[in-house]
Design a protein around this ligand. Sequence first.
Ligand SMILES: [Zn+2]
Ligand SMILES: [Zn+2]
Length: 304
Amino acid sequence: MSIVSATTRVLKAEEIGHAPHQAPRLLLPDPRTVFQQRARRLAYLADGHDLATWLLFCHTLSLAQGRLVERVQIEDGEAQASLALTLTKRSWGYWQTLLEELVMATTHHLLIPKGQGLTPEALALVKTLQTWSQAEWQIQAQALLLGEACAHAEALPFLGAALQAEWTLRASQLPAETHAAYQGESAVCPVCGSHPMVSLVHTGDPNHGVRYLVCSLCQSQWQAARAKCTNCDSPKEVVLLGQSAKAAIQGECCEACQSYVKLLSLPREVQLDPCADDLASLGLDVMLEREGYGRAARNLLSVY
Ligand SMILES: [Zn+2]
Ligand SMILES: [Zn+2]
């Protein structure tokens, strides 16, 4: 497959800066649905995919995230106006519960549908992670939160999954004024300060055709209507590169900083899921990097 320049842009030049007035600038996540939808989409995408084993592993992880947010409740009064990139007194509990969920889902395999458990190798890894001391986990988890190098690459998806579950639940409990207070466009998540995972063009009212960046950590989405690089301040518009001009997933590539963020278009494919489709389109990452662009976004379930 070759990369061709797409013919469409996020918004036409005359629309830049004029996203529909009624479109909310900030969308907070719904933890009751975000992980279940992701898991369903991963199972669908895994069918016949070159990376099926990996996608089914992420499917299992997403199901465990969904059960985790159901099990954990945040006490009244703990919700804050914004979320810092610092571990909380509850983070260790999320980590332990996630690992417990993964072991239970696998060892009680008669109780769960086929394909929802871990492979023997992944189960052995989880059991190793369960032996980590709180101090060791703390160093690795805090490094991941801050985007620093982690000494245990194989642990990254598990660390990321537990942090995502906690931050998503916390983001969902932010006060309603948080929606109204956010006014600007930001390169990082206005809720938690983490980097985006992908950008997503919505479909349907009230934000049809509006582009949002999706947070890699708390799953909030913030408006990024302008067709410019979300990584640097270059005033130039991004170039969209994909596997075909009509592809629902393209790379928004910036000539100024030589980076890209994937753009997922729901008007083109309504079933797209930000995390699942990002993971399943690894081939596009490889192709864009061959073209000389570096990824300016991260996916906490990926070791890529
Ligand atoms: Zn966030
Ligand atoms: Zn740029």
